[in-house]
Write a protein that binds this ligand. Structure first.
Ligand code: ADP
Length: 894
């Protein structure tokens, strides 16, 4: 279906022309370019007759611009579409397919013709032949030139022609119109908007440079059409642009359309920017994740994050948390799920959840029916002696058996190091068939150590109790609070107050760890505490505990412990047995007497271990020799085999079997028994550290006395040295002394001064000893802090010795508090002190009379070899401390 238009009022100066009428939703505007595929016979005919022949017939053919599904409409502003532009690029022309389907129908019925159109000239024509039908088709590229009005439409053959009249102004008319100020204003406005559009487009694509030139060279009325034609607008808007014959109307309409297009570009740009931003972020994450996955795969650790989360959730589910805590945990898990692993707080949140999942909310060791006899056997088997202690433990267990949820007191073992406090606690756990966890409280000064840090702190973690429970993974272990006397309080809070809550059966059901932030039930835990001394334990805490004292061992006890327990254990730990190493009793005794001087057996165990190590080296070396000899055999025999296999002549080698056999048996014989003798002892442990003569050597001059003190390491022998020099009568005290011991020294000096005459100290020849003299008292070892009142009698003795210039008996040690009036008051730690004296080889011990009852604790074997002198007054002490009695008595005798 085609048209031919006849009789244009003012023919366009072109060799071949067509008139394009709007059709469906497409309009050709002047200045725009259109590409038409002519496939129908009518349009082919039109092209052939009106264009192909290139005759100037003064006619214009008319084609309706049709909409078909395949029509692609270019919306790009194309440079070079103007008349005056030298270069004609067909960028983004509108494609219109003239489909054959419609050709069979009556065009009048089908098409409602618009009465205005645009005259167009052909820029390009190409002819094609369809195979196999041989049908001829054309593709015509046309450029819109000017608007026309259809005056009359008539058919010529299969296509139409039209009589038209030109609508656009002529040049002269235009020049006239352009002087109109309104039009000038409008065109300026249009150009400004167009300029803006161009610069926006320029930012997007660098090729728009030429459009600017267009703006300056092309007349504004054409520009309006060109601009509008280059973007997608509705058919109605296109039609109204075509109908805008009036320049002012056309310009204002175009300005509006260009402006709208500009806005839409801007909005679109904003959206793409946003999308791009998001995209690039997620792309980056994606990339990193891919990399991480690759790295994990490479490391063979390709479990996914999601799998991790699922595993964590499963673990949490099986942890058996109470419902409210489970809710809390789920909330936390949801929060974690929303986080990226790189996000701050992710790992801390994760660690927290892991802790929640790992805590034994429900899980406990299975409790068997407690058999007291086996428990007793167990305790006896692990520990020698300690009869009273074991009895108390059995009582404790018996109560638990009768009433499993009994809220008995917490047992607290008090005693010097190495006496078996920890191992007793672990035996309790074994007897009860429970797990054992040790929490060391030594040096804990921060409450947060017990109760945990709040999660807001960087590097926060749960307290030691919760951590301990996590480690054992049961909620009913035996928990040893080790060295409970070593906690101290400072600005960071008081750990003892947190411990109070832990040990209180009423409160520990809902123990609140700051890190955990949810209550945990500690009521099933059996707490056992240990301490070296009772005094430093805060009274409130002590009130919750039952103190069981474990004084040090006697040398005999130590010997038994060594033989029955320590040696077998040490040998076992070193991969030896009594077949390889034997430590005779006499040697153990020497170790106890000369190499260790302690209340417990820890050092003894260490020394035995040193012997075992040395023996292990010997045995291992011999093993090596045996191995070597065997190797010799192997090499030779394989050599022989090889020769035999090779079929070569065999030359027999004589192996000196006797020598080899000798070596092997030697190695085995020496490996079988290594008996430790004194020589080996000295080689391994060095020369003896202690001997019995120490006291005698140290008390060689007047002014020195031997005291007995009680430290956290058990009983100790404490020498007191006093000396005098020229001065103003001051008292100097050294040796890291506490206030109480300093006061004891004052009391002692006052007493001696007050009794100087009675004691006839001045009569001893040194008249001015007490006048114009400074007294200096020193307690070696200078680096060990000392305190307590029990040095009173020792101080007096050393002062009297100094002033009387008489030596104190080296075989006598003493302890006792003294009043200003000279009364001797009882002191603590008698058993430890007597044992210490025994260790030093001291034969006589002066004790306050009121400590007589404490002697019952001292093993009779020790007492049998010692002289215990009970005193009431300081004069009695002096009487016993000096050879030949007290100087005062001498005087009174005189
Ligand atoms: P503490 O906790 O009192 O400092 P330990 O319990 O650690 O001391 O004991 C130190 C070592 O001495 C352990 O190997 C322990 O088995 C051993 N031991 C202590 N007393 C005895 C004893 N009466 N019988 C057997 N071994 C003991």
């Amino acid at each position: 279906m085609s048209f031919r238009v006849e009789g244009m009022a003012e023919p366009v100066d072109l060799p071949s022309r067509l008139g394009i009428l709007p059709f469906r939703n497409k309009v050709l505007l002047p200045g725009a370019i259109i590409r038409i595929r002519c496939t129908s016979p009518s349009s082919v005919m039109l092209v052939e007759q009106e264009l192909w022949q290139k005759e100037e017939k003064g006619l214009i053919g008319v084609l309706p611009v049709r909409d078909t599904e395949t029509a692609a409409v270019g919306s790009m502003l194309s440079p070079g579409v103007g008349n005056d532009s030298g270069e004609r690029r067909l960028k983004g022309p509108a494609d219109v397919l003239d489909s054959q389907k419609q050709d069979g129908k009556n065009p009048q019925e089908l098409i409602h013709w618009h009465n205005r159109g645009v005259a167009a000239r052909a820029l390009h024509l190409s002819r094609g032949v369809e195979k196999p039908s041989g049908r001829v088709t054309y593709i015509v590229v046309l450029e819109g030139l000017c608007r026309f009005n259809v005056q009359e439409l008539s058919a010529r053959g299969t296509y139409y022609t039209a009589r038209v009249s030109r609508l656009d102004m002529t040049k002269a008319e235009l020049e006239q119109a352009e002087r109109d100020p309104d039009l000038i204003l409008l065109s300026r406005q249009f150009k400004a908007t167009a300029m803006e559009l161009i610069s926006v487009l320029e930012q997007k694509q660098k090729t728009v440079g030429r459009t600017k030139v267009l703006l300056e060279t092309v007349p504004v009325h054409r520009l309006a059409d060109i601009f509008v034609a280059s973007f997608e607008i509705s058919f109605e808007e296109q039609l109204s642009m075509l109908d805008s014959v009036d320049l002012k109307v056309r310009l204002s309409k175009a300005t509006e359309l260009v402006d709208r297009h500009l806005q839409s570009i801007r909005v679109a740009e904003k959206i793409t920017q946003k999308v791009e931003g998001q995209l690039s972020k997620s792309q980056k994450e994606f990339l990193l994740r891919q990399q991480m996955r690759a790295i994990k795969e490479e490391l063979g650790d390709n479990d996914d994050d999601d799998d991790d989360m699922a595993a964590l959730e499963r673990k949490m589910q099986s942890a058996g948390m109470p419902p409210n805590i489970w809710k809390h945990a789920q909330r936390e898990l949801r929060r974690l799920r929303k986080m990226q692993p790189q996000q701050p707080g992710y790992s801390s949140s994760r660690v927290y959840l892991e802790l929640l999942a790992n805590l034994p909310w429900q899980k406990g060791s299975e409790e068997h029916e407690l058999d007291l006899r086996t428990a007793k056997e167990r305790l006896d088997c692990d520990h020698y002696g300690l009869v009273k202690v074991k009895q108390r433990i059995i009582e404790y267990l018996a109560v638990r058996k009768l009433k499993p949820d009994a809220r008995g007191p917490v047992l607290c073992f008090v005693g010097p190091p190495g006496v078996g406090k920890t191992s007793l606690a672990s035996s309790i756990a074994t007897a009860l068939n429970r797990k054992f966890v040790r929490i060391s409280l030594g040096g804990v000064k921060d409450e947060a150590d017990i109760r945990g840090h709040r999660r807001t702190y960087v590097g926060s973690m749960p307290g030691r109790l919760i951590d301990g429970l996590k480690r054992v993974a049961v909620n009913n272990p035996v928990m040893l609070l080790d060295e409970i006397d070593k906690t101290g309080s400072d600005v960071r809070g008081d750990p003892a107050s947190a411990l109070l809550e832990v040990l209180d059966p009423e409160q520990n059901k809902t123990f609140n760890d700051h890190y955990l932030n949810v209550p945990f039930d500690l009521s099933k835990v059996i707490f056992v505490a240990t301490a070296n001394r009772v005094q430093p334990i805060p009274p409130a805490l002590l009130d919750r505990m039952e103190v069981i004292e474990l004084p040090g061992y006697t040398p005999e006890e130590k010997l038994k412990i060594a033989i029955k327990h320590l040696i077998p254990r040490v040998l076992d730990q070193h991969g030896l047995s009594s077949e390889f190493l034997q430590i005779p009793e006499a040697i153990v005794k020497i170790i106890i007497q000369r190499y260790t001087r302690e209340a417990g057996v820890r050092n003894l165990e260490r020394k035995l271990a040193a012997l075992a190590r040395a023996a292990a080296v010997k045995v291992a070396e011999q093993d090596c020799t045996v191995q070597l000899s065997k190797d010799v055999h192997q090499v030779t025999s394989s050599l022989l085999d090889a020769r035999l296999a090779g079929g070569a002549e065999v030359e027999m080698e004589v192996i000196p079997m006797a020598v080899n056999g000798q070596e092997i048996s030697d190695a085995f014989s020496s490996a079988s028994v290594l008996v430790v003798d004194e020589a080996m002892l000295e080689k391994v442990l060095g020369p003896p550290r202690f001997d019995d003569r120490e006291a005698a050597e140290r008390v060689a001059t007047p002014g020195i006395s031997v005291g007995l003190v009680w430290t956290s390491f058990g009983g100790e022998v404490q020498f007191v040295e006093a000396t005098a020099m020229v001065g103003k009568g001051d008292l100097h005290l050294t040796g890291q002394l506490g206030d109480v011991i300093k006061e004891s020294a004052q009391i002692a000096l006052t007493w001696v001064r007050a009794r100087a005459a009675d004691l006839k100290l001045s009569a001893a020849g040194e008249i001015s000893l007490l006048e114009n003299r400074d007294i200096h008292i020193h307690f070696p070892a200078g680096a060990v802090p000392k305190d307590g009142p029990s040095a009173g009698v020792t101080l007096v003795t050393s002062l009297v010795s100094l002033f009387s210039q008489r030596k104190v008996r080296a075989d006598t040690a003493m302890t006792g508090e003294m009043t200003l009036r000279g009364l001797v008051l009882p002191v603590g730690g008698i058993k430890d002190k007597v044992l210490a004296a025994h260790r030093y080889g001291i034969k006589r011990v002066i004790l306050p009379e009121r400590n007589l009852k404490d002697l019952a604790e001292v093993p009779s074997a020790i007492l049998a070899g010692m002289e215990i002198l009970l005193v009431k007054r300081i004069e009695d002490v002096l009487e016993q401390a000096f050879e030949g009695g007290c100087p005062w008595r001498q005087h009174s005798k005189l």
